[in-house]
Design a protein around this ligand. Sequence first.
Ligand code: DAH
Length: 340
Amino acid sequence: MLEKVEKLLSEVDELVANTAEEAEQLRVKYLGTKGVIKALFADFKSVPNEQKKAFGEKLNELKAKAEKKINSLKKETTFRVNSDNSDIDATRPVNPVGTGSRHPLSIVRNEIIEIFSRIGFTVSEGPEIEDDFHNFTALNFAEEHPARDMQDTFFVERNPDVALRTHTSSVQVRVMENGEPPIRTISPGRVFRNEAISARAHCIFHQVEGLYIDKNVSFADLKQTLLYFAKEMFGDKTEIRLRPSYFPFTEPSAEMDISCNICSGKGCNICKYTGYVEILGCGMVDPNVLENCGIDSKEYTGYAFGMGIERIAMLKYKVNDLRLFFENDVRFLEQFRTAD
Ligand code: DAH
């Protein structure tokens, strides 16, 4: 009997368990109600009296040792995911996962799309690499118009007919060519101009073009749509002002200012103390443009407008340097977290 206990004592020392399950099996085997040690305690009665003391001591020692060993095996294996002895603690909280944030220009673009989609405008896209017809000729740019100059436009050296689009007005042409009035669409996208990079200009930027063609579209429709947009984008108190201007593709043409959202029209250095800031160009689509795109200018009229997304974003978020939108500095970007 005593030998049996001695043997178990050294056996317990060597016990190993790779998983919590194995440790539990060992507990059942040695310490369970039907386990080896319980059985030995039951045998205690039959041990001759003179051996009882020594046997009892050894038996208690065995029980204590088995408990200690099996408990520590349990502890070791409980948090272990793999059976390869690696020390992974699956209960540890994970490192926080950075979810990133939407780029401010995407936020503003989506907001513009959302505002116009509420009044029935669809979204159209066109290629960033354009031909002369869609970027200039169809839009009524005279052959010698200075905007075609190498100064402003990135041409493709091998083919003077191909250029990076200088504005999203090119999408107007494609939409009119491919569709029938009524047309009510906006076209957000990236545009390119050969400009020196500064706080106010960049060679790559973003625009949203708007186009509405139907019977009897008037300048009043244009003005009301733009007023709606300005109020939705910059707040209900926003006022608009239209100034006569010139664009080859619209007649009459105008530029639209909004009451400065920074000083509420009182005058500050953003609005150069005028109380107003310019945000877009617009006008009635020139009949020549309609005809160039296969639309009968006697039957249909339309309006168009175009705005820079960076400009809207700068005013909305009070950003004073355009370059910040392109540097991708997380300290800047993470300030634009949105709920989605
Ligand atoms: N394409 C013009 C630009 O890039 C913006 C513009 C002005 C678009 C008037 C229009 C418009 O549709 O009607 O500066």
